[in-house]
Design a binder for this molecule. Sequence first.
Ligand code: SF4
Length: 408
Amino acid sequence: MKNIRNLWNSPNLGMLTVAALTPSEWDIEYIDEHLRDIDFNQKYDIVGLSCMTQQIERGYEIANKFKEKGITTVIGGIHATVRPEEVAQYVDVVIAGEAELTWPTFLEDWGNGTYKKIYKELHPGMLDISTSPIPRYDLIKDYNYSTITINTSRGCPHDCSFCAASRVYGPVYRRKNNEQIISEIMRIKELFGNSYILFGDDNIFVSRDESKDLLREIKKLNVRWVAQTDISISDDDELLKLMAESGCQWVVIGLESIARKSLEGINKWKTDRLDSYRDSIDKVQSYGIGVMGAFVFGLDYDDYSVMEDTIKFIADCNFYGIHVTSPTPFPGSRYRNVMQESGRLIDLPWSYYTHWDVLIKPNLLTPNEVQNCIYKIYRAFVDEKEANKRFANFIHKFRKRDVGNVQC
Ligand code: SF4
């Protein structure tokens, strides 16, 4: 967990974008509660919160404390987008969907004393994100984030059953233009020097030609970056070379499962690629780019033999890192509907939606067994002998890597 926390220690880009959408006459304070205490005695005009599902109950607590003092409270983010009526019970205002259009309207209404309870996008998933401003990175200058987030796109064409993000942002893949993205990187460099950049897109490089042009520009900037993408990058040697040359350190790739029947329940496109998973990972890593394999364990055909196979697959692939999570029925996902309709949803508070708590009744194992299997997969991965083997493998690959003047 320490490793994971360190890797994902990055700012909330949604909040920094909302800050950039706020007229300059407003004074804005950004607070990341993981790193800094909230001063509940401050006299703010508006307190805005961005919450994922597992954070929403804490969001309600914070909102309530400020509401009691007569301060206008607002919640946005993915949970508010998929469950606006629930969230509206706890705050003055809900921003559902992308804030680029709704936040300025709310601020104007607030100024006139006529704000609504819920602000929703008229056409969800259709906003032209090239109109989105450069996030207010200056607000996090005093935070010691290990990676600074940029988003180049929203949406994903794959539509995995458990993924709420792809449904919220829609199937239309929307991308900022390269000039805009380069300006954001330059702003980060100006403020933070050579920080790691995290491309927070759910799936970067869907628009291949534009991505390659972007990487050619990033190559000139001497930065190090990490991203989330899909396994199809392994088909494109030109892309992989540009990624390595432009400072890519590692990528997260959602492989989900190596059990065909389990994977079939999630996504057909990934199932079709299952047989080439191993070669694809090897190909990406041969460019000196680490692969963090993301797996879900506890799907309908998962049992102890799938756990053993997964441990072996992970060891054989020499992954740079892994994420193994339990199937989580996030609100807004198709998977939640299926679990609900079949009476398999375990009714636990939102704070359990961590990815590691088991929230469905598994098919072949008990919830405890699923949790233990996940634990065993992680234990096998961090075994000292295994870790040394992986380390030796990476030293070899990074030495081979031609990265010009980019530091590894
Ligand atoms: S590939 Fe990733 S972002 Fe796209 S639908 Fe699947 S889980 Fe969601």
